[in-house]
Design a protein around this ligand. Structure first.
Ligand code: F3S
Length: 390
């Protein structure tokens, strides 16, 4: 990969160890994927912020980078951590909280924005055609497909390195020829809600490999549905983008169709619960928008969450602040609006949570592995009905 004189100096350590190690990560990655050069990025978004998923060795590396003076040279945001500073802080061991805070402090020293969300596009929408280095897979698919910015699916370390250097290797989704669709997905059934969009994503992720689809015949489009589709697509597959709507060059594409049975099978496969009553109802994977929180407050409408069930609505601090009056309504109903966290990257098993009900196919996919929990996948309205009626 071609490096400018300045980049070579960084590579040789003339700007210190922190920049050198980050440049080496980017060059290694660029060489691996035949990138021609580094390109500037408008923003980086780093995953691997939760102490639960990161562990001590990675936390040490973050500290070493901060101690060596590593600083972000692009706008850099962070994925959710394992705690919120109100509810879960009271309920989980203090030692875990301290370790989590230590990680956040290391990011803060490096100038990262404490966004703590997997929907950083609600804080600041990336510009159309801008180049990014984002590591949260749900956000990667959403930003490529819906917002029109360009990013590869970075790993935690490469997004971190890109943030510090302010650049990313030019390969993959940064090149126009790699953003061409290769397969036409024909919808032979209609999706009725955001949960079914997620189920479609789970189904397609398994059959598409890394091929970019044009999904034809999708109706009932909503921001929430597309967000669920992208999150689930990235959960079961390697596709980083989808097109929806009309596509003029259909003739050249491979074809598959999606039937009602495919959606039904995907939902059933993600509903593993052996008992009818969940311990936790979780909405907010990916993190909720203001509109979603408003909708939840409206659906709860003063009803009370049934004893023995918890309702968590997860979002960023930024959105929670904007949604203050709806947050009060949800909390008045006995739900918890948690900022900066999600159950998947926290220790729900330490809270005795064995069954999680959610409208998110991504959570339903990961919870059995990462939370040792059984799952119930259902649309938002059904989840909230369950929260109230048990
Ligand atoms: Fe976000 Fe957690 Fe889901 S990080 S995408 S809410 S698994």
């Amino acid at each position: 990969m071609y490096l400018t004189k300045e980049e070579e100096h960084i590579y040789d350590g003339e700007h210190g160890w922190a920049s050198q190690i980050c440049m080496k990560i980017l060059v290694r990655l660029g060489d691996l994927f035949n990138a021609d050069k580094l390109i500037p990025i408008s923003s980086a978004h780093v995953s691997g912020v939760s102490y639960k998923t990161l562990g001590d060795a990675s936390a040490e590396f973050l500290k070493a980078l901060a101690d060596a003076g590593g600083k972000a040279h692009a706008r850099a945001t962070l994925n959710p951590q394992s705690f919120d500073t109100e509810y879960l802080k009271q309920r989980l061991p203090a030692e875990l909280y301290e370790r989590q805070m230590n990680i956040i402090e290391q990011f803060e020293k490096k100038g990262f924005i404490q966004s703590l969300t997997c929907t950083p596009y609600y804080l600041e929408k990336p510009r159309v055609n801008s180049h990014l280095a984002w590591a949260e897979s749900s956000a990667v698919v959403y930003t490529n497909s819906v917002l029109g910015a360009w990013t590869n699916r970075e790993g935690g370390p490469s997004a971190l390195a890109a943030a510090i250097i302010g650049k990313t290797p030019n390969y993959g989704m940064h090149k126009v020829e790699n953003r061409e669709p290769r397969i036409l997905v024909k919808m032979e059934t209609q999706l009725r809600n955001e949960m079914e969009f997620g189920a479609l994503g789970v189904h397609l992720g398994k059959i598409l490999e890394d091929k970019i689809p044009v999904i034809h015949g999708l109706r009932n489009l909503s921001e929430e549905g597309l967000k669920q589709l992208g999150a689930a697509l990235a959960t079961t597959g390697m596709t980083n983008m989808f097109y929806y709507g009309e596509y003029s060059k259909q003739g050249s594409l491979e074809r598959v169709s999606v039937e009602a049975g495919d959606i039904k099978d995907a939902i059933e496969g993600l509903s593993t619960a052996s008992k009818p009553k969940p311990d936790l109802i979780f909405i907010g994977c990916p993190h909720c928008s203001l509109r979603e929180i408003k909708k939840i407050a409206g659906l709860m409408n003063g009803k009370k969450v049934k004893e023995g069930i918890e309702l968590w609505v997860c979002t960023s601090r930024y959105v929670k602040e904007k949604a203050r009056k709806y947050v009060e309504k949800i909390e008045g109903s006995g739900g918890h609006v948690l900022a900066g966290v999600c159950p998947v990257v926290s220790w729900t098993e330490k809270l005795g949570i064995k069954t999680i009900m959610t409208n998110s196919a991504k959570t339903a996919y990961y919870a059995p592995m990462l939370n040792k929990a059984e799952t119930m996948l259902a649309p938002l309205e059904e989840c909230l009905k369950k929260a109230v009626e048990g």
